[in-house]
Design a binder for this molecule. Structure first.
Ligand code: AMP
Ligand code: GLY
Length: 422
């Protein structure tokens, strides 16, 4: 079966690498892809936001399954266009992707279906938002309603920060995404991501993972797309894990009650508060970098599961997971998440991959005609290692990280530190 994967991040490289191990996969096209490669994979220049172009390409290349990686095409309804053309698609249609595309929609769904989350209020008017702040002072969280590439959330520790965040949203910093603002209670506790495969009715959880959102060690500095991740997550108690799974099912049931047929990955971003897990956010896709540790631990055939999600037959499958630990360190360009330079030559990827149980997933990279790999984005590489213990996986990942070099290489040395504090 030929497959088309839309996206260009480390997440997509991990998806393609897993799909490539399926005995049923043939050519895997990646649009637009990056400098990473997998057996049988080919990059294609295709605008993933252009549904008709995606369908045309798929039909003319005997593609039978389209996998949509990032949120923007999901929210834009590319899955609707692909499904309408009669092709199998992995990723929810626009109605379901609103869970990620509108924070208000997600919050209202949670409120309507008793899913614990931070208390909140929604504003389309700046003065009303500022007035709300008077009665609900910092610490408080200000969120642009729409997609803002992970930059639309401000956890404000002072009123001045909250006021500035509100002013910026309404001044158009996030375009139309910020014309509606959600202000919510600040919750405290460790965070944990739980991703699940969903086929419209059945929800099958994956192994939990913990991302590290802040740019600098010790969880300091600005929020990023994620600087490193590990799985499983020992700080999550069995009871908390059960609660998270229950809340994921409750969400799928809530979607069904709203008439939404959700097929793809449902990503629950949880915060483990003293009064139990609460949902911080939902994403309508695989997490990045969570996928770079979760999929390497999946022993079942990803292609079978994706097709089962599309055909609503997930209840026939039982997923098998490795007992290993996996840890992934993000190597970023100097300056990320702010401005950064591109085009720096990367060395040592092959040496790192020569280590047993190490995989280097490409994110912001580009392969030149002579085979040289250069930086091409903020998050450049995701170095994933597996081990029988957490410490083994972590030490191996950093051994591999130290073999790779490029000008301005920036990363956190403390990924997974919290796993040791059990
Ligand atoms: P979101 O995109 O909504 O997940 O927010 C990005 C990050 O902001 C989360 O991973 C949290 O670290 C933080 N955050 C979001 N909402 C809250 C909240 N209500 N309380 C505390 N931290 C939050
Ligand atoms: N790692 C966070 C996300 O994918 O949204």
């Amino acid at each position: 079966m030929n497959i088309l994967v839309l996206g260009s991040g480390g997440r997509e490289h991990a998806i393609v690498s897993s799909l490539a191990t399926s005995p049923r996969s043939d050519i895997i096209y990646v649009a637009p892809g990056n400098g990473g490669s997998a057996p049988g994979a080919q990059n294609v220049a295709l605008d993933m936001m252009d549904g008709e172009a995606v369908v045309q390409f798929a039909l003319s290349h005997d593609v039978e399954l389209v996998v949509i990686g990032p949120e923007a095409p999901l929210v834009a309804g590319i899955a609707n266009v692909v499904a309408k053309a009669g092709l199998a698609v992995f990723g929810p249609q626009a109605a379901g992707a609103r869970l990620e595309g509108s924070k208000q929609f997600a919050k209202d769904l949670m409120r309507a279906h008793d899913i614990p989350t931070a208390t909140y209020a929604v504003f389309t008017n700046k003065d009303a938002a500022l007035a709300y702040l008077k009665d609900n002072p910092a610490p408080i969280v200000v969120k642009a309603d729409g997609l803002a590439a992970g930059k639309g959330v401000t956890v404000a520790t002072t009123d001045a920060e909250a006021i500035q965040a509100i002013e910026e949203c309404f001044a158009g910093r996030f375009g139309s995404a910020g014309s509606r603002v959600v202000i919510e209670e600040m919750l405290t506790g460790p965070e944990c991501s739980l991703l699940a495969f969903v086929d419209g009715k059945t929800m099958v959880p994956m192994v939990p993972a913990q991302d590290h959102k802040r740019a600098l060690e010790g969880d300091k500095g600005p929020n990023t797309g994620g600087m490193g991740v590990y799985s499983p997550v020992p700080i999550v108690s069995e009871q908390e894990h059960d609660t998270m799974i229950k809340l994921m099912q409750q969400t799928v049931d809530g979607l069904i009650a709203e008439g939404i047929d959700y097929r793809g990955v449902l990503y629950g971003g949880f915060i483990l508060t003293p009064s139990g897990p609460k949902v911080l956010e939902f994403n309508a896709r695989f997490g990045d970098p969570e996928t770079q540790v979760v999929l390497p631990l999946l022993q079942s055939d990803l292609l079978d599961i994706m097709l089962a999600c599309d055909s609503a037959t997930l209840d026939r499958w039982e997923l098998a997971w490795s007992d290993d630990w996996a840890l992934s360190v993000v190597l970023a360009s100097a300056g990320y998440p702010g401005d950064y330079e591109k085009g720096k030559v990367i060395t040592g990827i092959e040496a790192a991959e020569a280590l047993d149980n190490v995989t280097v997933f490409h994110a912001g990279t580009r392969r030149l005609d002579d085979g040289t790999v250069v930086t091409n984005g903020g998050r450049v590489l995701n170095v994933t290692a597996r081990g029988a213990t957490f410490v083994e996986a972590r030490d191996l990942a950093y051994q591999a990280v130290d073999l790779i070099d490029f000008e301005g290489k920036q990363f956190r040395r403390d990924i997974g530190q919290r796993a040791l504090r059990v």
